[in-house]
Design a protein around this ligand. Structure first.
Ligand SMILES: [Zn+2]
Length: 112
């Protein structure tokens, strides 16, 4: 299946990237011990392109640019993955790390 239209897998990969980033941040100096998610390079490239497009669209001239349907759907998928991440994680009010929703305590020692 074409990567740009493999929506379920794209959402999974985007979520895996967010979880990895959160775990690596929480691990601090031991971040290199956090296993990287297994994301095929073509999915990684497409997600990187979508993330760049999303950032650019915060700037006026880019916001007005029409989007190809696959890109527009891709941006929605990023939002969906982010919403899923927020549903399954909690942000520590002390240090800003995102911990799994089931965690009772943050790595900084703060009760969640
Ligand atoms: Zn914390």
């Amino acid at each position: 299946m074409e990567v740009a239209r493999d929506y379920d897998r794209l959402r999974e990969c985007a979520l895996a990237q967010m979880e990895y980033a959160a775990r690596a941040r929480a691990a601090g100096r031991r971040a290199n011990e956090v296993p990287e998610p297994d994301i095929p390079p073509e999915y990684e490239s497409w997600l990187a392109f979508l993330a760049r497009t999303e950032r650019r669209r915060t700037v006026g001239a880019w916001r007005a640019m029409p989007l190809h349907a696959d890109v527009a759907r891709g941006l929605e998928i990023l939002e969906e993955a982010r919403a899923e991440f927020r549903r399954t994680h909690r942000e520590c009010s002390n240090c800003g790390n995102w911990m799994p929703a089931y965690a009772k305590r943050c790595v900084c020692g703060n009760d969640l």
